[in-house]
Design a protein around this ligand. Structure first.
Ligand SMILES: C[S@@+](CC[C@H](N)C(=O)[O-])C[C@H]1O[C@@H](n2cnc3c(N)ncnc32)[C@H](O)[C@@H]1O
Length: 276
């Protein structure tokens, strides 16, 4: 079953619940949408993608089918157990420090809206740390009125209803969002913290870590391709390619299919869920 919850995150539903409040079994029933097409149109064919917060592989699997190589990272071993065909690493994204870089680093599922600014910076720094020269970061951000246009629901043709019920102020510009996923035989509810970011705030958050928007990939500007603002230069780190602390992924622990990276204590504050 799931490990420690992140502060402000909760989930209910059958089976394992991830630290950010996802019900793994019900999550694995969610169909993929346009994500693989958006990614495939934005990056070179056959690129090696570092997917941060991969879940059960909803997007990973179609990317593999399209010929991309994927290294899939998640802090939930129960989520990773359902990923097939990709290299899997079990770690908080914030702590990931591989001695490797990737053509594409993907931070989807609105993780960039982490409640704590320091967590958001850590997530984005992980993206930068693993970016190959000339590579790109793909980020999925929330639509600009998502916290105001409430409640709203969508009936998915595959047979479930997703409802974003409320977004209540939780202090310091952060909202506590409550969502329900109703299936005929079970319901998953999730509460998570999310910090709304205007386009300017979002671009400012990228600038803090030395990233710059290259292009908004979708009309609603929720998918973004970014790169280093100054090629080869990472703020606070100097010229990229000069490694800081280098930690390899190691071998999977006995009985696990996933390499497990050290989790740092006391980092229990970020968001993941929202609408898939
Ligand atoms: C809403 S799910 C989305 C999964 C996948 N991106 C998709 O679209 O199907 C979010 C996933 O991110 C993981 N996650 C959230 N925050 C994380 C963090 N800081 N470090 C590692 N995994 C994280 C959760 O365990 C969960 O599996």
């Amino acid at each position: 079953m799931g490990s420690d919850k992140r502060t402000g995150h909760q989930g209910t539903g059958p089976g394992a619940i991830t630290p950010d409040g996802c019900a793994v079994e019900l999550y694995s029933r969610l169909p993929v949408g346009a994500e693989p097409d958006i990614v495939a149109a934005a990056v070179p064919a056959g690129a090696h993608v570092l997917e941060l917060g991969c879940g059960v592989g909803r997007v990973t699997h179609p990317l593999l089918e399209r010929g991309f190589a994927v290294t899939a990272v998640d802090e939930s071993p129960e989520m990773l157990d359902r990923v097939r065909g990709a290299r899997t690493l079990c770690s908080p994204i914030e702590d990931l420090d591989l001695d490797e870089t990737f053509d594409v680093v993907m931070l989807a599922s609105f993780l960039v809206h982490a409640g704590e600014a320091e967590v958001r910076r850590a997530l984005l720094r992980t993206c930068v740390r693993h970016l190959a020269a000339g590579g790109c970061v793909l980020i999925q951000r929330e639509g600009e009125d998502w916290h105001r246009d409430l409640p709203r629901e969508r009936v998915d043709p595959s047979g479930f209803t997703v409802r974003i019920v409320s977004a209540e102020p939780a202090g310091d510009g952060v909202n506590s969002v409550y969502a329900e996923y109703e299936f005929p035989d079970a319901t998953w509810t999730q509460t998570f913290l999310s910090r709304p970011l205007t386009k300017e705030q979002f671009e400012g958050a990228l600038a803090e870590v030395g990233l710059r928007v290259d292009t908004y990939l979708t009309e609603d500007r929720t998918w973004v391709r970014a790169g280093l603002a100054i090629q080869g230069y990472v703020p606070g780190r100097g010229v990229s390619g000069v490694a800081g602390s280098v930690r390899g992924p190691g071998m999977p622990p006995p009985g696990s299919r996933h390499a497990r990276l050290p989790a740092s204590a006391g980092r229990i504050h970020r968001k993941a869920g929202g609408e898939p």
